[in-house]
Design a protein around this ligand. Structure first.
Ligand SMILES: [Mn+2]
Length: 336
């Protein structure tokens, strides 16, 4: 099915329904928040009732986005509101669990219909309506196409949210998903009222000191072996820097930023102290989506994530072996 067909079907579906809950994944990033708020503004304009909910806190750098004050920390329940929403929309999720709310919270909410909009290669068709476009540079770009097709005016608020989604999910227009159309999209969004400088100021120049302190600790832990670089942060280092989970965001990009490094991983010790959350990056040769999927995670070819249990040494040994360039790994397998 072509994107245009998905969009047509999705639009008629949205028009038929009255009330919506929009959510996205746990530890939300710029695309999760920007696309959710962008869709909220679109649905507002269509005269719908919209609730946006995230299981985890909104990082400081996204707290100036228009409409952010409407984000709730819990899904509506049958007990909290008389009316169950008609539709639950999940953005960038491969299942209900990914939202951080848990499947049961969705069952309790009792939405008649579920919509899944995603651009991950590892996307899954778990909802009643699924639109997965791995070619899209951000879910924000898919929401933009939806808005244009609906005939809605792209308001400055909507443009600001969607531009933030595209800016952050393309790594400031540097990832392989950045093509000519990405810049055309950015141009339309700026024309519609997104302030590129103001958004960049909020996203890249408004970090709390704890984040920079934590970055220092992480870079101090850095190790390199061949073409693979890695680093980690323990719970103890988190508390010493007075850091929040969101302060770990982006550390892995410094590791992949080194010459000669083809793949990088950042490991964050989880509060249980028996597990690590991994962020993986690649310059293209190593498919980190496949590596993450081997450990129950997922993502894109050049950016993905997964969780490993065991000690730091065990986690590092397992992941670093998988991150060797494909040809090195196949030679190693032959030698075994
Ligand atoms: Mn995304």
């Amino acid at each position: 099915m072509q994107n245009a067909t998905y969009i047509d079907d999705l639009l008629s579906l949205l028009r038929e329904q009255e009330s919506f809950v929009v959510t996205s994944h746990a530890r939300p990033d710029g695309d999760a928040i920007g696309s959710a708020l962008g869709l909220m503004h679109l649905l507002d304009g269509m005269g719908k009732r919209v609730t946006v909910a995230f299981a985890d806190p909104i990082p400081v750098i996204y707290r100036s986005l228009p409409g952010v004050e409407r984000i709730q920390a819990a899904l509506p329940t049958a007990a909290s509101s008389m009316l169950a929403p008609d539709v639950a929309v999940l953005l960038e999720c491969d299942g209900f669990e990914r939202t951080g709310f848990g499947r049961i919270a969705f069952d309790h909410m009792g939405a008649g219909l579920t919509i899944n909009i995603d651009h991950h290669l590892s996307g899954k068709t778990f909802a009643s309506f699924n639109w997965i476009d791995p070619e899209a540079c951000a879910v924000g770009a898919m929401i933009y196409d939806l808005a244009v097709a609906s005939g809605a005016k792209i308001t400055a608020d909507m443009a600001t949210c969607l531009y933030t989604a595209v800016l952050t999910d393309t790594g400031s227009f540097t990832y392989p998903s950045t093509v000519a159309a990405t810049f055309a999209l950015a141009e339309h969004l700026v024309e519609s009222g997104a302030d590129a400088n103001k958004i960049a100021q909020a996203v890249y120049f408004s970090n709390p000191p704890s984040k920079i302190r934590l970055l220092g600790a992480a870079l101090g832990n850095m190790e390199i072996q061949g073409t693979v670089a890695w680093s980690w942060i323990t719970q103890e280092e988190m508390s010493r820097a007075d850091a929040a989970v969101e302060d770990c965001e982006g550390i892995v990009n410094y590791l992949i930023g080194m010459a000669g490094v083809e793949a990088a991983v950042f490991l964050r010790e989880l509060p249980s102290r028996t597990e690590f959350r991994l962020s993986l990056r690649s310059k293209g040769e190593v498919d980190v989506a496949k590596v993450a999927e081997r450990f129950g995670g997922g993502g894109h070819r050049s950016a993905s994530g997964c969780t490993l249990d065991g000690s730091l040494d065990e986690a590092v040994t397992r992941i670093v072996a998988e991150l060797q360039p494909d040809r090195v790994r196949s030679v190693q397998r032959l030698a075994q």
